[in-house]
Design a protein around this ligand. Structure first.
Ligand code: PEP
Ligand code: MG
Length: 750
């Protein structure tokens, strides 16, 4: 068949012909995830239809130069295009294929199917505005299926879809649409599952929402579902929030839920756990947190749809911010963090969206995709219905604006024009402007956290001398990574050029001046100076660099680190001279040396010899550290330690690159780069434990703990001596260390 592909023939690479949704369904079928069977009418069918019906000109004339912010014009253009598409004849060759596939799917008698839209630029990781095009449920019979496919094509030109494409800069003619046709699940219970906690972004929790009946009212926010939280490691249910349900959507329409069932738990425990396990399997398959629609029919779970969650932000502390209770008005569920102040504008329906001016607080029963243009202008969103995975919640998180959902009294209490503050972190709404109080509390919290006392040391990664005055007064135990490259880049000229001109002393002087800023600023706290680890491509950027540096195909695994110090020991000597000047002449004994990128034990031995031959000897007050950034360092850590070093520091950036075989500079493979990969974590754990066994200080200076707060707990558990992070997360990391240590002690007591 030319225009049809069965799910089992499709993989996630087929977005072009099957759209994001279709490609996902294919990928899941292949991965044995329980999705109902079906086929996709590919985007090629749609393009063929546009061509055969000579519709291109119509599209161009209607959409060219259209002012999408003029709601009236937008609606008119949308209507004209849709009428043209619905009025055109479906080409016989496409129709025949659809009918034959539908017959095969139905086997003996006509079965009910869902006919879905899957725009070929939709559902991609960078944007996921759900539900812009139409879905037709319970479609039965060949004629109806063919008609619904055509209606899906027309829905590519709903006004909200036109608006979205203009806004994101997509070419209308280049966005195609595929139509997955899938057997219906007549769900007894259905809902949404997020494979991370969507509010706190806790990656160790799965959130399941469930309601009786078909899933549409949960997705649209008309029904508030039960919420369950499941621990992703033990698959234990850790929280259940049972919500009373009055009505449900069935294939016959809305029906009442019997009084016996109203207050019942919607999904039994066994199935919650089974579902969570499928969720974890899907997340693992895609290696990314997912937003999943599911249904359960006769005790069997089916997955209807999955897409990546595009809105994961940094973990937020769940501690409540105490604030003036007199100004408190009402409360709902915090669904998107942050706070904003503005004028209340109540919308009774999407027709009123033009009421919202920039900076207003959009208040509505619930939002849907038609509200998006107004949501973009709003300072915050407040709804009276819906759960944390409803439309308002998802879109607000994507837009990065505060949102509170399920604030049941909002429409009764609030008045148009009233000025309020919405706090999306706690779900609380206040009278007047409290944004400053709320944010001030936040940053002072970070200062409070800095003051906490911990046994594990907290260091900072810093290279820029200009930042020293600002950072040195923070409560820190030292500088865990002082990257030499910043100083040398400021000097601007290749060190070998200084040597060639007989001006080595100038280089030493300038380097030592930079070192002094650090040693003096942080004294008496230790400063770990990491010897230069430019790659050849970076060295070439320095003045004179092209004279001395060859071109390498893979500079990341080329002439760098310890290998250079051995081959070019005259250049390395300049760094050692500068270091001696600061330590011996200026008397700052708190600056120490760290050697990066040491490939073999022999290299470490040779470099150590060069260091001591130049008058820097390891003693009580001069430490030599080695970075652990190559798998050989992990595998032979005890042999490296035997050579004689005072500390190791894990360079998780290079260690991840070399463990996973990913060039850090190559964005094509960047998606797979993760320091949380079990292979990397196991290496880090091994190194920390072995170092501690031999009484060698262990630290980490790659960016991993600055980016993944959850890593800090693991590092503390494994017994790391110090953690070095970027300046912006100093307070937060001290708090994480503090909590991890407290937890460790209480576990030991038990
Ligand atoms: C590392 O590799 O983790 C590291 C800290 O060094 P750099 O990023 O400078 O290679
Ligand atoms: Mg490195």
């Amino acid at each position: 068949m030319k225009y049809i592909k069965w799910f089992k023939e499709i993989t996630r690479k087929d977005i072009n012909i099957a759209g994001g949704k279709g490609a996902n369904l294919g990928e899941m079928t292949k991965a044995k995830i329980p999705v109902p069977d079906g086929f996709v009418v590919t985007s090629e069918a749609y393009y063929h239809f546009i061509k055969k019906g000579s519709l291109k000109n119509k599209l161009v004339t209607e959409l060219k130069d259209l002012d999408t912010h003029d709601s009236k014009k937008l609606i008119k253009a949308s209507k004209n295009v849709k009428t043209a598409i619905l009025g055109a004849k479906m080409p016989e060759e496409i129709k025949e294929e659809i009918i034959s596939a539908y017959k095969k799917l139905s086997s003996e008698r006509d079965k009910e199917v869902a006919v879905r839209s899957s725009a070929t630029a939709e559902d991609l990781p960078e944007a996921s505005f759900a539900g812009q095009q139409e879905t037709y449920l319970n479609v039965k019979g060949e004629k109806e299926v063919v008609k619904s496919v055509q209606k899906c094509w027309a829905s590519l030109f709903e006004s909200r879809a036109i608006f979205y494409r203009e806004d994101k800069g997509f070419d209308h003619l280049k966005v195609g649409i595929a139509v997955p046709v899938q057997l219906m699940v007549q769900s007894d219970v259905s809902g949404i599952m997020f494979t991370v906690n969507p509010v706190t972004n806790d990656k160790d929790q799965i959130s399941v929402e469930a309601a009786f009946g078909l899933g549409q009212p949960v997705v649209s926010g008309e029904l508030t579902p039960d919420q369950y939280l499941v621990d992703k490691k033990s698959f234990k249910i850790i929280e259940k929030n049972i919500i009373s349900q009055d009505w449900q959507l069935t294939r016959k329409g809305n029906v009442k839920v019997s009084s016996k069932h109203k207050k019942a738990q919607k999904l039994e425990d066994k199935l919650i756990v089974e579902l969570a396990k499928i969720g974890a399997q899907i997340e693992k398959h895609y290696d990314f947190p997912q937003d999943i629609e599911w249904g359960q029919e006769g005790g069997v779970i089916k997955i209807v749809q999955t897409r990546p969650i595009t809105t994961i932000k940094e973990m937020k502390s769940s501690e409540e911010i105490q604030i003036d209770d007199e100004r408190f008005i009402l409360e709902g569920l915090g669904a998107s963090v942050g706070s904003a102040f503005g004028k209340v504008k109540i919308l009774k329906g999407p027709k009123e969206i033009s009421k919202i001016k920039k900076g207003d607080i959009l208040v509505a029963e619930m939002t849907n995709p038609d509200y998006v243009p107004a949501m973009r202008r709003a300072a915050a969103i407040l709804t009276s219905k819906g759960g944390r995975t409803s439309h308002a919640a998802i879109v607000s998180r994507e837009l990065g604006i505060p949102c509170v959902v399920g604030a049941t009294e909002a429409l009764d209490i609030l008045k148009n024009g009233e000025k309020i503050t919405v706090d999306g972190s706690t779900g609380r709404v206040y009278e007047g402007d409290l944004v400053d109080e709320l944010t001030e509390e936040d940053s002072s919290k970070s200062e409070e956290w800095e003051k906490l006392k911990t046994a594990t040391k907290l260091y900072v990664n810093l290279g820029e001398p200009d930042l020293v005055p600002k950072i040195k007064d923070k409560i820190l135990d030292g500088v865990g990574l002082f990257r030499a490259e910043f100083l040398i880049a400021q000097i601007g000229t290749h060190p070998r050029e200084f040597i060639r001109k007989g001006k080595s002393k100038d280089f030493i002087r300038r380097l030592s001046e930079g070192m002094l800023v650090f040693a003096e600023g942080f004294s008496p706290r230790p400063v770990i100076y990491r010897a230069t680890d430019f790659r050849t491509n970076e060295y070439r950027n320095l003045k004179g660099g092209d004279k001395f540096e060859g071109k390498e195909f893979n500079p990341m695994i080329g002439f760098r680190g310890a290998s250079r110090y051995i081959a070019d020991d005259d250049v390395f000597k300049l760094e050692l001279e500068a270091l001696k000047r600061v330590r011996n002449k200026k008397g700052y004994k708190n600056i120490h040396l760290m050697i990066p990128f040491v490939r073999t034990v022999e290299e470490l031995e040779q470099v150590k010899k060069i260091i001591s031959a130049n008058g820097l000897r390891r003693s009580g007050n001069f430490e030599v550290w080695m970075m652990v950034e190559i798998p050989s360092n992990v595998i032979l850590i005890e042999e490296f330690i035997k050579v004689g070093i005072d500390g190791i520091s894990i360079g998780s950036n290079d260690l991840t690159m070399l463990t996973l075989g990913i060039d850090r500079d190559n964005e094509k493979v960047a998606e797979v780069f993760s320091e949380l990969n079990p292979a990397v974590l196991k290496s880090i754990e091994t190194v920390i434990k072995k170092s501690s066994k031999h009484n060698v200080t262990s630290s980490i200076c790659g960016q991993a703990p600055s980016v993944y707060p959850e890593l800090t707990k693991m590092l503390v558990d494994w017994g790391i001596t110090s953690i070095s992070v970027s300046p912006d997360v100093i307070g937060k990391t001290r708090k994480l260390i503090y909590d991890a240590e407290k937890d460790l002690i209480s576990r030991k007591r038990k």
